[in-house]
Design a protein around this ligand. Structure first.
Ligand SMILES: [Fe+2]
Ligand SMILES: [Fe+2]
Length: 134
C-alpha cells in the first residue's frame, strides 16, 4: 500500500516541479513498499537512510537554485527544509526505540509537512522563478 498520495493542492502550477515532487512521493512509497516486505532493524534503518538521502538531494537542488537566483526568501525556505530533515531524524529515533514503523503515523507526519511546504515555500519559489534546471 502506498504511504503517501499525491494531492492536487500540492501542485505549484509548473509541470516540471510537480513531476519532481511526484517522483519524491513515489520514491517514498517505493521505499516503504520494500520495508513492508523486509522486517527488522536493518530494513528500517535502510528505509530511513534512503528516505533521508532522497529528500536531501531534492532540497539541495532547490537551495542551489535559490542561491543562483539570489532568492530573497532563501533563508526561511532553507529553514523549513531543515525542519523536515529534523522531523525525519526524530521519527527515526522513535522508530529505533520501538523497532517498528507505524505506517499511518509516519504517513500523517510526512503528508502534513509535504503538503504545507509544497503549497507555501515551493509554490512561492517556483511562481517567482519557474522550474530549476537539473
Ligand atoms: Fe520542492
Ligand atoms: Fe522546498
Amino acid at each position: 500500500m502506498a504511504l503517501l498520495q499525491w494531492k492536487d493542492q500540492y501542485s505549484v502550477g509548473i509541470e516540471a516541479v510537480d513531476h519532481e515532487h511526484r517522483e519524491l512521493i513515489e520514491l517514498i512509497n517505493r521505499l516503504y513498499g520494500e520495508l513492508s516486505t523486509h522486517a527488522g532493524k536493518d530494513a528500517i534503518e535502510g528505509f530511513f537512510g534512503d528516505l533521508f538521502t532522497g529528500i536531501s538531494a531534492h532540497f539541495a537542488l532547490e537551495e542551489r537554485f535559490m542561491r543562483e537566483r539570489k532568492y530573497h526568501d532563501l533563508d526561511a525556505h532553507k529553514r523549513d527544509h531543515e525542519q523536515l530533515l529534523e522531523e525525519i531524524r526524530e521519527i527515526m529515533d522513535e522508530v529505533a526505540e520501538h523497532e517498528e514503523v507505524a505506517g499511518e503515523v509516519l504517513a500523517a507526519r510526512l503528508e502534513a509537512w509535504f503538503g504545507r511546504h509544497f503549497e507555501t515555500h515551493d509554490a512561492r519559489l517556483h511562481k517567482a522563478f519557474g522550474a530549476h534546471p537539473h
